[in-house]
Design a binder for this molecule. Structure first.
Ligand code: NAD
Length: 499
């Protein structure tokens, strides 16, 4: 059985804890590797080495650090297929989707090629008599990134790019479900010129995460994962005096107005709810049609589109629409929730339970599932299902639909489909959600903006990637400098003692 270890001081090393967890092939249900779960001692040693490497990296001028990012980006591009295959093999998503996972991470590295511009300071000449005032951005030292399973390339790159190009050393803790992509990215970063020790990839579970949170050298924690863990990490990191930005789960709604182009809205809904088997924090999991006629027509259009989706392993070809979910536990949780929806009175329009794929009978597959007549009291509405399940909550008016989104405890993304600019503007202005799409289903901002939700979808300050990430991974120092006058008296050519 293949054993996956860690990336420490520029090389792959075996874990020493003797503790492992299984890495599955979600399409077959088989264990394909065991990943080592690091101890506190292993983490502390990795941090100490990162602390030793960081000052040299911080002293490397910003443009040279940016050149490492240029080479890194180039290597990611060259290895796109290999990286996408690594993602698919452990996560189960289709290859075209896995390429997107790598691509959206690469785009953050592209912005980091311009890190020197992001890191520029501020300067006020003559802020007082003979006084100049300036502010500079300095790296924090050793920082940490903790990633979820669902974007094995993108989120590690979102964390690494800004932190490293700002002159920090980083401890990256990938998801134990999909550890291999981060290790390969670390190898490529070294090939791009990143000095040994500046990026340490430490695999593990709660034990190593807690060790990161309690390590006094680690200055900041960038976390992405589920809401309960995000909230826990935020609290423990803050209690230990660290900066923390912790991005959590989601329940993203799409409002469909009566004047919307329903064909386009239906296509957008299918892609945004079922893509990656619904395992996206920006997946649309709730459709909110306004008015009975809109709802009836929408459901009518959704059924054939959903029924013809092809579910299968990533190896079955590029026409597979989505793959398995990540684990047997995820499969059981999702099918259990579908059952609860039926029990609690929702109308199950398309049932994805019990899907068996020939040759992959033990794979973790859930078919596409559509519910109508869902109400906010039902568990399928209240919980983040994180599976290919779309719930329809019918509303009579725009005001009711808006209130539903506002009252939801999550606030990652949302979308409205309408032909009316005034409604769209009103929605964008009043909704209490971090990322808003107008006739656009998954409004993930491009990499030169920043990404972050509101409410229980994010804890802490500042968003991830883009300008906010450079603020998060640097601290500001302001200098007030006064130079007393005297030099202007002119040069003395006589050899004399200094006064
Ligand atoms: P998760 O919370 O289970 O795990 C995330 C990370 O936390 C992993 O590295 C894991 O090892 C660690 N972890 C898990 N339990 C822990 C514990 N008890 N103590 C300390 N660390 C622990 O999340 P997941 O299942 O890997 O990812 C799916 C979730 O991530 C979904 O809720 C999804 O919405 C969310 N997500 C959010 C964003 C965002 O930007 N808001 C992006 C992607 C995914």
């Amino acid at each position: 059985m293949k054993e996956i270890g860690h990336w420490i001081n520029g090389k792959l090393v075996a874990g020493t804890s003797g503790r492992f967890t299984d890495v599955y092939n979600p399409a077959t249900g088989e264990v394909q590797a065991k990943v080592s779960l690091a101890t506190k001692a292993e983490l502390d040693a990795a941090v100490a080495a990162a602390e030793a490497a960081q000052p040299g990296w911080a002293a490397t001028n910003p443009q040279r650090r940016a050149r490492v990012m240029m080479k890194f980006g180039d290597l990611i591009n060259q290895h796109m297929e290999e990286l996408a295959t690594l993602v698919s093999a452990e996560h189960g998503k289709t290859l075209p989707d896995a390429r997107g996972d790598v691509q959206r991470g690469l785009e953050v590295i592209e912005v980091c090629m311009g890190a020197p511009a992001m890191l520029k300071g501020e300067y006020t000449d003559s802020a007082g008599p003979g006084i100049d005032l300036y502010a500079m951005r300095q790296p924090l030292g050793v920082v940490a990134g903790i990633a979820p399973f669902n974007f094995p390339a993108m989120i590690p790159l979102w964390k690494m790019g800004p932190a490293l190009s700002a002159g920090n050393a980083m401890i990256l803790k990938p998801s134990e479900r999909c550890p291999s992509t981060s290790l390969r990215l670390a190898e490529l970063a070294k090939e791009a010129g990143l000095p040994d020790g500046v990026l340490q990839v430490v695999n593990g579970d709660k034990e190593v995460v807690d060790a990161i949170l309690d390590n006094e050298t680690v200055q900041a924690v960038g976390f992405v994962g589920s809401t309960p863990i995000a909230q826990y990490i935020y609290g423990r990191a803050a209690n230990n005096g660290k900066r923390a930005q912790c991005f959590g789960g989601a329940k993203n709604h799409m409002i469909i107005m009566p004047d919307a182009d329903l064909d386009k809205a239906a296509d957008a809904l299918v892609g945004a709810s079922m893509g990656a088997a619904g395992e996206r924090c920006m997946a649309i999991s709730v459709a909110v049609p306004v008015g009975k006629e809109t709802a009836d027509k929408l459901i009518e259009k959704l059924i054939p589109k959903i029924e013809k989706l092809k579910v299968g392993p990533y190896t079955a070809g590029e026409d597979v629409d989505f793959g398995p979910v990540i684990t047997k536990q995820a499969l059981d949780r999702i099918t259990g929730l579908i059952g609860s929806g039926v029990d609690q009175g929702a109308t199950l329009v398309v049932d994805g339970r019990g899907l068996k794929i020939q040759g992959y009978e033990n794979g973790f597959f859930v078919g596409p599932t559509l519910f109508d007549d869902v109400t906010p009291e039902m568990d399928i509405y209240k919980q983040e299902i994180f599976g290919p399940v779309l719930s329809t909550v019918r509303m009579e008016t725009y005001a009711e639909a808006l209130k539903l989104v506002i009252d939801n405890e999550y606030g990652n993304g949302t979308s409205i489909f309408t032909a009316d600019g005034d409604t769209a503007r009103d929605f964008a202005s009043r909704v209490n959600v971090g990322m808003v799409g107008i006739n656009f289903p998954i409004p993930v901002p491009l990499s030169y903006y920043s990404f972050g939700g509101w409410k229980k979808s994010a804890f802490g300050d500042l968003n991830q990637y883009g300008p906010d990430a450079f603020r998060f991974y640097t601290k500001t120092k302001t200098v007030t400098a006064r130079w007393f006058s005297g030099i202007k008296e002119g040069a003395s050519l006589n050899f004399k003692a200094l006064d």
